[in-house]
Design a protein around this ligand. Structure first.
Ligand code: NCD
Length: 328
């Protein structure tokens, strides 16, 4: 794997490979010493042009647990705020010897530009670009669904027939887009639920069913219910009457929570607006996988960085030091 830019073009085989390597990585994270020597001598640059808490620290933890050197570069306070272009920033990173660049950018397509420009030789990982994609989030979500469903028997399995309902601000959500493509590739059935104003225009070309009424969607007994954050910072107009009205019609309240099937799970990529799209009861219930998603994110990002930086050299070998019989 040279880059990880989207899930739309990610094959089923590559997706399962990342999820399975993430299982190996998760096993190593149960040990007292979590650090593996796999990426010793490699440099990973976190290039964040947009605010982020969990995604940035998740990539940082993943790179450090593989013994890579990590450079955190956030646009605030850098020359970018003085008008330096993406090209100049990229070429500076190249000159410093970056082996992988993890980029979050407000413009859809920025990671692909970086990967195909010829400015850098480093592998590029998209950590969220505009409203386009957020592939590692979708991979950690798929990992989480698979783990809850199959437990220790997850390796090699896809999500055939699993019903996933994604609710909320689809329009502004790169998480929703990446999930729709990946879930479809893995055989899941996706339903999208949102007010009509928060459904993208091109949705008819997506492999998903669109419903406007949350209770109607819940009657279909989803296995996983993914609540999305209302992205007020991307809204330049009024997309719904009031927050109160939004949570009444599209929020996961206690009544809707109790109507879910016995094994169905509640997901949220974070950060949550408690009381708006998700109630505290739902966020803190045993069905909630919010914190599992965060923990699994580190394993999935370790897998992605490993496959980008070490996988090419090592072919199909398992990550060094991840074999159970050879604990370090
Ligand atoms: C998401 C993002 O930034 O796209 N969050 C995340 O990566 N943890 C979703 C969001 O901001 O709502």
């Amino acid at each position: 794997m040279r880059h990880l830019l989207d899930t739309k073009t990610l094959s089923r085989e590559s997706a399962l490979r990342i999820l399975d390597v993430a299982e190996d990585m998760a096993d190593t994270q149960q040990r007292e010493v979590k650090k593996l020597p796999t990426l010793r001598g490699k440099t990973v640059v976190n290039l964040f042009f947009e605010d982020s808490t969990r995604t940035r620290i998740s990539f940082e933890a993943a790179a450090k647990r593989l013994s890579a050197d990590v450079i955190n570069f956030s646009a605030k306070g850098s020359s970018v705020s003085k008008g330096e272009s993406l090209q100049d920033t990229a070429q500076t990173l190249q000159a410093m010897g970056a082996d992988a660049v993890v980029i979050r950018h407000g413009a859809s397509g920025a990671p692909r530009t970086l990967a195909t420009s010829g400015w850098i030789t480093a592998g590029v990982v998209n950590a969220g670009d505009g409203t386009h994609e957020h592939p590692t989030q979708a991979l950690l979500d798929a990992y989480t669904i698979r783990k809850r469903r199959f437990g220790d028997d997850s390796r090699g399995r896809d999500l055939a027939g699993v019903k996933v309902t994604i609710v909320g601000d689809i329009l502004h959500s790169r998480v929703a887009r990446s999930n729709v493509w990946l879930l479809d590739t893995l055989g899941a059935h996706v339903t999208l639920v949102a007010p009509p104003t928060l459904v993208p225009q091109d949705v008819s070309a997506w492999p998903a069913r669109v419903v406007y009424d949350l209770d109607e969607a819940l009657a279909g007994a989803p296995d996983a219910l993914m609540m999305l954050r209302i992205q007020l910072e991307r809204m330049n107009a009024a997309y719904f009457p009031t927050e109160r009205e939004y949570s009444r019609r599209w929020g996961l309240d206690a009544r809707r929570l109790s109507a879910l099937g016995a094994d169905s799970i509640v997901m949220h990529p974070g950060p949550m607006n408690r009381g708006l799209e998700i109630s505290a009861e739902a966020a803190d219930s045993p069905r909630s996988t919010v914190l599992e998603q965060v923990a699994n994110g580190v394993s999935v990002r370790m897998a992605a960085l490993y496959l980008l930086l070490a996988g090419a050299e090592r072919g199909e070998d398992p990550p060094a030091g991840t074999e159970k019989e050879n604990p370090r």
